[in-house]
Ligand binder design. Structure first.
Ligand code: 13P
Length: 273
């Protein structure tokens, strides 16, 4: 069954959203969710949507999730144009994030409002946008104070674009952090105080379990995890190759197992927060 973010997460049950970057990752997440009868959030960026291909989503991903007895969210991550949003809707994504965070505030508001309109019209189950900018950890963007979400801007954004989930920049960034990230707790608390919808923390890879839990007490209900699954995939492949395995199906199974092991660990972090 395909559903929206609010159906599988709540303030008492914050969830990770796992980025799809491989066929093995997709299988691992579906099988993990079904084996544990646990609704799961998976998401795909424009880049990996292109890589995996429209037909893979249309003919494999969407039908497979739709017929499952377990609820899955298929969320479009970081769509940066209305065409990308439209394409995601047509492919059958159940939830959409529009990312206008690279634009000046006024244009971000305008573009996000347009994207929200498209999604509401298409009865997309949930919509996320970003205020402030979550950059790249490899570039040290987590230390860039100019990217942090400003409380007044977030309030203005919400007044004009009533999104379901709001991604914020509080010292988090995508990819591998160069130094352990230092989240701005006062800022997150101030945002939680004035923003009534659930907050989203991008750039989950490298943030400690203790910080995840602390963030969930301050309004964060969705935490994005991407790089960690890529690393797990590569580790699985590398170990299989090193052990002398040369059959692609077994090498891919090793990558899938490695991702499943990561899910075993991460899914325990947010239980009983
Ligand atoms: P990481 O790759 O740093 O875990 O971030 C994923 C993400 O935020 C996708 O939107």
């Amino acid at each position: 069954m395909l559903t929206g973010l609010s159906a599988v997460s709540s303030p008492d049950r914050p969830r990770f959203a796992y980025n799809l970057t491989s066929v093995e990752g997709f299988r691992a997440i579906v099988e993990w969710g079904e084996a544990h009868r646990m609704p799961m959030i998976m998401q795909c960026s424009e880049r990996y949507l292109r890589d995996l291909g429209d037909t893979y989503f249309e003919n494999v991903v969407v039908p497979r999730l739709a017929r499952s007895e377990v609820a899955f969210v298929l969320h479009l991550d970081h769509a940066t144009s209305l065409q990308a949003v439209q394409a995601g809707i047509q492919l059958g994504f159940s939830s959409v994030m529009f990312d206008g965070s690279g634009l000046p505030l006024k244009l971000n508001i305008q573009a996000s409002a347009d994207a929200l309109g498209l999604c509401r019209q298409a009865r997309i189950a949930s919509f996320e946008a970003e205020i402030g900018h979550v950059g790249g950890a490899e570039d040290g963007d987590d230390e860039e104070t100019r990217y942090l979400t400003r409380v007044e801007e977030a309030q203005q954004f919400m007044a004009e674009v009533p999104v379901d989930f709001l991604a914020v920049s509080v010292g988090n960034a995508h990819g591998q952090y160069r130094m352990p990230p230092k989240l701005h707790w006062d800022l997150l608390e101030a945002l939680h105080h004035v923003i009534s919808v659930p907050l989203v923390l991008h750039g989950g890879t490298g943030i400690s379990p203790a910080d995840f839990r602390r963030a969930t007490k301050l309004g964060v209900q969705k935490i994005n995890l991407g790089t960690e699954l890529k690393v797990a995939w590569m580790r699985g492949l590398a170990l299989a190759m090193e052990s002398g395995e040369r059959e692609p199906d077994r090498i891919r199974s090793a990558a899938k197992r490695s991702i499943a092991e990561t899910l075993d660990r991460t899914e325990r972090i947010l239980i009983d927060v």
